[in-house]
Structures are given as C-alpha cells and as structure tokens.
Design a protein around this ligand. Structure first.
Ligand code: CU
Length: 122
C-alpha cells in the first residue's frame, strides 16, 4: 500500500464518517405522536352531605352557603337552617369534604360529613 493510497482511503473513511454523522446516524425512530387518549371528564362531580351545627338563624345558613360556594372546586352549595343539613356538589379532583368542613369550622360552626351511601369504605 503506497502512502498516497493510504491517505486516500483514510480520506474516504473520514468522509463516510462525516456523512453518516451528518445524516443523524441510523434511521430516526420518530416517536408516535401521543394523541391525548384521555377521554376522562375534566370534572369529577361528587356530592357531600354535611351536618352543620351551631347555626342560629337563616343568616348563618346563608353565610355558610356563600362561603362554600366560593371555594374552588365547589359547584353548588346549599345549607338549610331548619334541617341543619348542607349539600355540596363538588369536583372531587379539586376539593374534598374535609376542606368543606374546615371552611365551616373556621367560621365558628361545627360540621361533619354524612358519608354518601355509594362512597367506598376507607
Ligand atoms: Cu345566624
């Protein structure tokens, strides 16, 4: 092998390496575009039944209803003074009954949840 042919083959090899590097190597496997197959609803509605204590007039019930309605994740709130019961529709992904109770307790009332019959045991 002459010195020239050696240099030539070296040049060819180098060229091949550069070319293959430029093309990005072996075939690029384009990852399949993951189409959001999530067809799950954005809202997971649940209903909490609350027993509220310490209310002494309609105004109390109204104030609690308003406070609950303002909570992010609460879709509907209704507290009745006569029955001492509250019903709250909420998005279970954003708020939990415990949070509803905290809101009521922080207002100076007492509250407990009446577990829904369909609720799974904890
Ligand atoms: Cu009152």
């Amino acid at each position: 092998m002459t010195k020239t042919s050696f240099l030539f083959s070296l040049l060819v090899i180098t060229g091949l390496v550069i070319v293959s590097a430029a093309c990005g190597g072996p075939e690029k496997s384009t990852p399949p575009t993951s189409v959001a197959a999530e067809s799950a609803p954005a809202v997971e509605t649940a209903t909490a039944t609350l027993t509220v204590t310490g209310m002494h007039c309609e105004g109390c019930a109204e104030a609690i209803t308003k406070a609950l309605s303002k909570q992010p994740g609460v879709l509907r709130a209704a507290v009745t003074y006569e029955t001492g019961q509250g019903e709250v529709d909420y998005d279970a992904r954003r708020i939990q009954p415990e949070n509803l109770i905290t809101v009521i307790v922080e207002m100076g009332y007492g509250a407990t949840t009446t577990p829904a019959e369909s609720a799974p045991p904890r």
